[in-house]
Design a protein around this ligand. Structure first.
Ligand SMILES: Cc1ncc(COP(=O)(O)O)c(C=O)c1O
Length: 389
C-alpha cells in the first residue's frame, strides 16, 4: 500500500507567516472600541462625520425607506431615487456633468480604469498609486507603464513613444501614503498635448481641499474637462462607505454599460447612500470643517519638521513621517498608543517605495489640546535610526 504523507495544501502559509514575523511585517486585526480611550489620528474620518447626528439620521431614514440592502445590481433592482439624487448632488458639488456611485472607492477605481481602456491602450501609472489603481491596471488587457512619482517628464516621454492607439494616465490627486499632491494642471497639459485621457483618484481631496471642500481636481479647474475622469471614495471625508466616478455624461453612460465592478456588484447600500447624502449637506454648509483639517495637518507637518523629522508637505489631511525601519515603525506606533495616541503604521508591502512610515490623519474634531498632545507624544517616542531597511 502506498504510504500517504500527512501534509496540507496550505503548509506553505506557515513559511510565509514565519517570514513576516522575522521581518516585522506581521499584521493583526484589532477591534475598535465604541468609545476610543485614545486620540485617533489613524482613521480616515477626516471631518468627523461618521457619527454626526444628521449623517446618521439620513442613513437611518434611508434604511427605513429602502431597506438594509440595495437588493441587487444597480441595473437589475438596485437603483433607487436615493442613488440618483446622490449622484446628481455629487456631480454638482464636484462640477462635473454626471456621477455614478459604486459600492466602494476600490470598485470605482476598478470600474473606471478597466472600462476606459482595452488592448489598444497604453496605461501610464504613478509609482505611488493606491493598490486599487494598481489592481485596476493589472486587470486590463492594456500595456501598463509605471512611471516615477510625479515625474511629468517621464509621462511626456512615454506618451511621445506610445505605439498604441489610445493612452490613459492614472494618478492620485493627493497620495494616500505620503499625503503629497500630484501636479495635476501640468499633468493635464501633457495628457492634452497627446490626446490622452487622465483618471484622477481624488479620494483624499474630495471633501477636504478647496474653499468649498470640493476636492483638488475641482480646485485645479479640471472637474469639467472632457478628457478627465475623477474617482472618489465616500468612506473618508464623507464618513460613510462607497465610491463614485465623476465625469462627462458619455463616460458615465459607458461605465453603466461596461464597468464590471458596477454591473456585477450589488448597488451601494441605502444606509451608505443616505449617509453620504447627509454628509454632503454638512460639508457644503460647514466648510470650516475642511479648513480646520488642513490647518491641523499643516501644524503637524511644521512641528515635526521643526523637530528634525522627514515629513512631506501635506496637501490634505494625511501627514506621513519617515521611520528608520519597519520594526522601528511598529514600535513607534505602539509606544504612541501606550501614550494614548493611535497612529497608522505603514510598512511594506503597503508602501510603494519600501520606506516605512507613521501616517497621521488630521481630523476636524480634534481639539487644540489633542493636537498638542499628538505632537508631544510623536516627538517623545521617536526612535533613532539603528538599522536599515
Ligand atoms: C487613494 C485611494 N483610492 C481608493 C481607496 C479605496 O477606497 P474605499 O476604501 O472606499 O474602497 C483608498 C482607500 O484607502 C485610497 O486611499
Amino acid at each position: 500500500m502506498d504510504s500517504v504523507t500527512e501534509t496540507s495544501a496550505f503548509d506553505w502559509l506557515d513559511d510565509k507567516a514565519a517570514f513576516r514575523q522575522r521581518m516585522g511585517l506581521q499584521r493583526h486585526l484589532r477591534p475598535r472600541q465604541q468609545n476610543t480611550p485614545f486620540i485617533d489620528v489613524m482613521g480616515n474620518d477626516y471631518l468627523g462625520l461618521s457619527r454626526h447626528p444628521d449623517v446618521c439620521d439620513t442613513a437611518i431614514r434611508a434604511v427605513h425607506k429602502w431597506g438594509a440592502g440595495a437588493t441587487g445590481s444597480r441595473l437589475v433592482s438596485g437603483t433607487t431615487e436615493l442613488h440618483q439624487e446622490l449622484e446628481g448632488a455629487l456631480a454638482q458639488f464636484h462640477g462635473a456633468e454626471a456621477a455614478l456611485v459604486f459600492s466602494s472607492g476600490y470598485t470605482a477605481n476598478l470600474g473606471a480604469v478597466t472600462a476606459l481602456c482595452g488592448p489598444d491602450t497604453l496605461v501610464i501609472a504613478d509609482r505611488h498609486n493606491h493598490a486599487s489603481l494598481v489592481d485596476a491596471a493589472r486587470l486590463t488587457a492594456a500595456e501598463v507603464k509605471i512611471v516615477n512619482h510625479n515625474a511629468i517628464d517621464e509621462v511626456h516621454n512615454v506618451l511621445a513613444h506610445n505605439t498604441r492607439t489610445r493612452a490613459l494616465v492614472v494618478t492620485e490627486s493627493i497620495f494616500s501614503v505620503d499625503g503629497d499632491a500630484a501636479p495635476l494642471r501640468e499633468l493635464h497639459d501633457v495628457t492634452r498635448q497627446f490626446g490622452a485621457a487622465l483618471i484622477i483618484d481624488d479620494a483624499h481631496g474630495f471633501g477636504v481641499v478647496g474653499d468649498r471642500a470640493q476636492g483638488l481636481v475641482s480646485e485645479c479647474g479640471l472637474a469639467n474637462a472632457p478628457d478627465v475622469v475623477t474617482t472618489v471614495t465616500l468612506s473618508k471625508a464623507f464618513g460613510s462607505q462607497g465610491g463614485a466616478v465623476l465625469g462627462s455624461q458619455r463616460v458615465i453612460d459607458h461605465l453603466i454599460n461596461g464597468a464590471r465592478s458596477f454591473l456585477y456588484d450589488t448597488g451601494l447600500a441605502p444606509a451608505a447612500a443616505g449617509a453620504a447624502r447627509g454628509a454632503l449637506q454638512v460639508i457644503t454648509s460647514e466648510p470650516q470643517r475642511a479648513a480646520r483639517v488642513r490647518a491641523i495637518a499643516n501644524t503637524f507637518a511644521q512641528r515635526f519638521r521643526d523637530a528634525g523629522m522627514q515629513v512631506h508637505q501635506p496637501a490634505g489631511a494625511v501627514v506621513s513621517i519617515t521611520a528608520p525601519s519597519p520594526s522601528a515603525a511598529v514600535e513607534w506606533a505602539s509606544s504612541c498608543r501606550a501614550e494614548g495616541v493611535a497612529v497608522g503604521c505603514f510598512r511594506p508591502p503597503s508602501v510603494p517605495d519600501r520606506i516605512s512610515r507613521l501616517r497621521l490623519t488630521a481630523r476636524a474634531d480634534l481639539t487644540d489640546v489633542d493636537v498638542d498632545r499628538v505632537i508631544e507624544v510623536i516627538i517623545q517616542t521617536r526612535p533613532f535610526a539603528e538599522e536599515d531597511e
